[in-house]
Design a protein. Structure first.
Length: 115
């Protein structure tokens, strides 16, 4: 049974930074592509970044520059570093992995950027 748990969200002031974590069980994360998505209130869920099994990375155009995706294979965890946070980054952030044609999502972690 694949299980993903996101953590690291919280309330942060504009300009601050956060590192989100996505810890996995029931799957060897390192051999799969892992995605980070976010969903802001009233908006559709959107792709933020992906990391491949060779540690190749992809960022949505609007996310380039302030977001960094990485993984720690020993901890079976994927991270999303977000710098220079803006109020428009406020959203629930989710990680996702597809295994056997089925998409597994975590429960999400709330990021709120406000002064």
């Amino acid at each position: 049974q694949v299980h993903l748990v996101e953590s690291g969200g919280g309330l942060v002031q504009p300009g601050g930074s956060l590192r989100l974590s996505c810890a996995a069980s029931g799957i060897i994360f390192s051999v799969y592509v892992v995605d980070w998505y976010r969903q802001a209130p009233g908006k559709q869920r959107e792709l933020v970044a992906s990391i491949g099994n060779g540690d190749s990375t992809y960022y949505a155009d609007s996310m380039k520059g302030r977001f960094t995706i990485s993984r720690d294979n020993a901890k079976n965890t994927v991270y999303l570093q977000i710098n220079s946070l803006k109020p428009e980054d406020t959203a629930v952030y989710y990680c996702k992995v597809v295994k056997g044609g089925y998409a597994y999502w975590g429960q999400g972690t709330q990021v709120t950027v406000s002064s």
